[in-house]
Write a protein that binds this ligand. Structure first.
Ligand code: SF4
Length: 398
């Protein structure tokens, strides 16, 4: 289906800019020809006046390589623990042990939720949890001891084994991990993830959203992305829009992700996620990024990262923008759960898959399931040999 740039621009009150300098066009031409863009070029794209041109190019690049299939992963969200040593000022997920709602899942809960999720057709067990709570909380260290482990990551390993036994494929996002911790989890994970969020060190400074989040130091997060590549782990990362970064920093973050992927080939997908304000957070009054900012970032990600990259946007955080994001060049909606809510954004319900499929179809796309590891990584280079048969069995059923 041809891209209707005029339609998008009318729907979102975007006027074409007849005074557009030629530079974005030449940058786009270079991207479409497969050439590497610089940070400055990426920044010029993300701020280009002619949004229609940007979306058209990103859409064309996606169509050329990925076609018109849009994927999602049916998942169970397992918040193994919501305790966290960090305090990001946009987070409602984290708790202290004494807070109402503080929760560490017990093994029987992991088994029960995994079993119910599998019965509903899920294939992914998303292990999503706070960062290093044992460093901060004695009470939690006692919990781990009673469970027979020393560290959160050891407990996640156990949780992954339980989910595997129930027929799910784990994808762990446990915050910042060392190389040894990732090595421990690799045999029981189809893939792993860590949002870069943003490459800007400013966000760690006094008054910034990451002032009290030592695990959000960009250099440490880039190191983990690097080490995941060394370990040949299919890896998910992405950027978080609206936490105080500039458009140029968004572009620089995409370039950093592209560069680590060029070294190892392990970045299986890049998420473009928008900050959502909530009344109970310190950033309650911070503006959310607009749908146009999201579309700009998605389209720039497509052009920076190329047609082969899987580009994802969470549909529950932008329920009115499905068509716009498709036109900006995504090819994936990420995990959608028929069982569990989005514990990171509990106010944002998942879309019904049938309704999402219908909207995709009306926009000229076919929605289909995928596993938590993309097809191109299902081989013995990227998956532990003991895990590979289980992955292949599920892949054969898709
Ligand atoms: S966003 Fe993650 S690292 Fe930051 S406080 Fe929340 S759970 Fe912890």
């Amino acid at each position: 289906m041809a891209y209707n740039g005029a339609g998008i621009m009318a729907a979102h009150n975007i006027e074409p800019d007849s005074h557009e300098p030629h530079q974005p066009r030449s940058i786009i031409d270079r991207a479409l020809a497969g050439q590497l863009l610089s940070s400055d070029e990426a920044a010029a794209l993300i701020e280009a006046d002619d949004l229609g041109l940007l979306l058209e190019a990103a859409s064309a690049l996606r169509d050329r390589v990925k076609g018109r299939d849009i994927t999602y992963s049916p998942k169970v969200f397992l918040p193994v623990t919501n305790l966290c040593r960090d305090r990001c000022t946009y987070c409602t997920f984290r708790k202290d042990p004494w807070d109402p709602g503080a929760w560490t899942m017990m093994p029987h809960e992991i088994i029960d939720w995994s079993r119910r999720g599998r019965a509903l057709g899920c294939t992914e067990a998303l292990m999503c949890l706070g960062d290093k709570p044992e460093v901060a909380f004695k009470q939690y260290r006692e919990t781990l001891k009673s469970l027979g482990v020393r560290t959160t990551i050891e407990y996640v390993h156990r949780a992954c084994e339980l989910a595997l036994t129930e027929g799910l494929l784990p994808h762990t996002n446990a915050g910042l991990m060392s190389l040894e911790e990732m090595r421990m989890l690799r045999p029981v994970n189809a893939s792993m993830g860590l949002m870069l969020e943003d490459i800007s060190t400013r966000l760690r400074k006094r008054g910034g959203p990451h002032q009290w989040a030592p695990d959000k130091e960009p250099v440490r997060r880039m190191r983990m992305l690097e080490e995941a590549g060394q370990l040949r782990i299919p890896f998910t990362t992405g950027i978080l829009l609206g936490i105080g970064e500039t458009p140029a920093e968004r572009a620089q973050s995409l370039i950093a992700i592209r560069d680590v992927h060029r070294r190892y080939g392990h970045i299986q997908e890049v998420i473009i996620q928008n900050f959502r304000a909530k009344p109970e957070i310190p950033m309650a009054n911070a503006p959310e990024p607009s749908e146009i900012e999201m579309a700009r970032a998605i389209a720039t990600a497509r052009l920076v990262l190329g047609g082969e990259m899987n580009i994802q946007a969470p549909p529950n955080l932008s329920p009115n923008d499905v068509e716009l994001f498709l036109r900006a060049g995504i090819n994936d909606w990420g995990g959608i759960s028929p069982l569990t809510r989005d514990y990171v954004n509990p106010e944002a319900p998942w879309p019904h898959v049938a309704q999402l499929a219908d909207r995709c179809a009306r926009a000229g796309f076919r929605l289909r399931e995928r596993l938590p590891v993309y097809q191109e990584y299902i081989n013995d280079v990227w998956i532990d040999p003991d895990l590979l048969p289980a992955v292949q069995r599920l892949a054969d059923r898709l």
